[in-house]
Every structure is written in structure tokens, then in C-alpha cells.
Design a protein around this ligand. Structure first.
Ligand code: ATP
Ligand code: BTN
Length: 252
């Protein structure tokens, strides 16, 4: 019913009216051997999860709450590259469908006018030397009005409809996301991370700005200088020392 234009992504869709979390269901399906491209979508999540054990607000009918299974032939250390790839694909799709130009906040929040409208969560099932599957969770605030956000996030969250000033159809956006994802994923498997990195830097708001990274209890302040070919954030501190940040929460 989505009218897909992709070759593999989204060809097996598990659709639910209500779930705890599409991420949990996709992880279970992946563990049971579901093929690459399997997509889990829900109209509503009762226990949507964000990064760092946070809750993800996923009310009925207003957003895109979905998780996709990929099985890339890469070692686990390269998995962060995929997170950045997904952020680029979703940004391109939003731009294509709505005309809005999003910013990416490292590693993978997508912002419109400084407020978060998309969250991406990537989780791995891996052996020491190879990835078995990557579960990519994508949450997009599409048609919420400001009044529909809970008080604690209404200052930091926004939706596509709020920014665009009109309702946005979800199916064409899902279709475009899968199309862009498939295109970038193929490019990534053929040519590596470099072309993706350049695209990512084009959307990144963090580059050249002060950033605070919190990793495993350590706080590092510096200026974001870019990302490495592996997808790590490069932070330069006041002593001009470079730090390479793997996956942390940053504050602009
Ligand atoms: P704690 O559990 O310690 O209170 P927290 O302050 O991060 O952590 P949570 O309720 O766990 O609070 O998570 C909410 C966070 O998730 C907020 O910071 C907000 O950024 C984000 N968030 C949740 N749902 C959405 C959404 N639909 N759109 C944008 N941001 C969201
Ligand atoms: C974040 O920014 O913290 C990531 C949020 C990811 C939310 C999506 S919605 C679909 C999938 N299912 C979940 O429970 N979480 C992800």
C-alpha cells in the first residue's frame, strides 16, 4: 500500500496499529533470520525508545515510527557509518518531499530551525568480526501540532507540519526515505564511506561550532572539526588537542 520504488528495502513489511516498540519487534525478527530490507512500521508506539535509554514520544497517527533490518557485510567498528548514512538519506527525503532543508546534529538528530523532528537509533547484532544485522529505528514527527507535544519537549521538538505550515502525507515520505536509503546504501557498499561523509558534512550544523561531548562519564569540550572516514566526530579542545568521539550526546 506504500507504492514502493525500491528493489529490496521495505519489500517485507510488518505493519501494526499499536506496538511497544518497532525496534524490539525488528530485533526479534532479525534474530529469527528475517531478510535484509524487512521493515516494521507502527501507527503508535506505547514504549518508543530513544538513544541513551530515553523515551521516544510516538503518538497515534501523527508520525512515522519504523525500524528497518539491514545485513551489511562490514565489521562492527564500521557500523557508526551507517547511522550517518541514514541521517543523510532521511534528510534528503525530507528535502525532496517538503522542500524544507534540515540540519543534522552529530551523530544523527535531524533538526528544523534548531528543533528536533527526527531521531535515529541504530542497534547491532554482531559477532566480533562481522555484523549480523543492524536495526535502524527512525522516528519522525510528521503531523503533530505544537499543542500535541508533551510539555517537557515542546521547546526542543518540532514536526514537519509545524515547520511547513501544512499537513504532510506519510506514505510518499516513507517511500522516498527507502528510495534514498537504498541508493546511498548501494553506493556505500560499492565505494565506501567517503561519498557519504561529504554529503553528511553538507547537512551538519555542528562543524566549526563549540560542542560538548559526554562519553562514558567523561566530558570533552571543543570545536567540532569534522568527522573521520570511520564516522567519528573530531573535536579540538582549547589546547588544540584532537579527540575522536565515537557515540556520545553532544550539545551545541
Ligand atoms: P530522564 O529519563 O533522565 O528524564 P530525559 O530527560 O532525556 O531523561 P526522557 O523522557 O527519558 O527524558 O526522554 C525524553 C527525551 O527524548 C527528550 O530530551 C527529548 O529530546 C526526546 N524526545 C522524545 N520524544 C521525542 C519526539 N517525538 N520528538 C523529539 N524529541 C523527542
Ligand atoms: C533518538 O533520537 O534518541 C532516537 C529515537 C528513535 C525513535 C525510533 S521510532 C521507531 C523506532 N522504535 C523505537 O522504539 N525507537 C525508534
Amino acid at each position: 500500500q506504500l507504492g514502493l520504488k525500491t528493489e529490496t528495502l521495505g519489500h517485507q513489511i510488518h505493519f501494526f496499529e499499536e506496538v511497544d516498540s518497532t525496534q524490539r519487534i525488528a530485533a526479534k525478527l532479525a534474530y529469527e533470520g528475517a531478510p535484509e530490507g524487512t521493515l516494521v512500521i507502527a501507527e503508535e508506539q506505547k514504549a518508543g525508545r530513544g538513544r541513551l535509554d530515553r523515551k521516544w514520544f510516538s503518538p497515534q497517527g501523527t508520525g512515522i515510527w519504523m525500524s528497518l533490518i539491514l545485513r551489511p557485510p562490514i565489521p562492527p567498528q564500521q557500523a557508526p557509518q551507517l547511522t550517518l548514512l541514514v541521517a543523510v538519506a532521511v534528510s534528503q527525503a525530507i528535502q525532496e518531499v517538503t522542500g524544507l532543508v534540515p540540519d543534522i546534529k552529530w551523530p544523527n538528530d535531524i533538526l528544523l530551525h534548531g528543533k528536533k523532528c527526527v531521531g535515529i537509533l541504530t542497534e547491532l547484532q554482531a559477532d566480533p568480526d562481522r555484523v549480523r544485522s543492524v536495526i535502524i529505528g527512525i522516528g519522525i514527527n510528521v503531523n503533530q501540532t505544537s499543542a500535541q507535544f508533551p510539555e517537557d519537549i515542546c521547546d526542543i521538538a518540532t514536526s514537519l507540519a509545524i515547520e511547513k505550515g501544512e499537513r504532510i502525507k506519510r506514505a510518499p515520505l516513507i517511500q522516498e526515505i527507502l528510495l534514498q536509503l537504498e541508493r546511498l546504501y548501494k553506493q556505500y557498499l560499492e565505494h565506501g564511506f567517503r561519498p557519504i561523509k561529504l554529503l553528511w558534512e553538507g547537512y551538519a550544523v555542528s562543524i566549526g561550532k563549540p560542542v560538548t561531548a559526554r562519553t562514558l562519564g567523561k566530558v570533552i569540550r571543543g570545536i567540532a572539526r569534522g568527522i573521520t572516514d570511520d564516522g567519528l566526530l573530531i573535536l579540538e579542545d582549547e589546547q588544540n588537542q584532537l579527540h575522536y568521539i565515537h557515540s556520545a550526546d553532544i550539545q551545541l
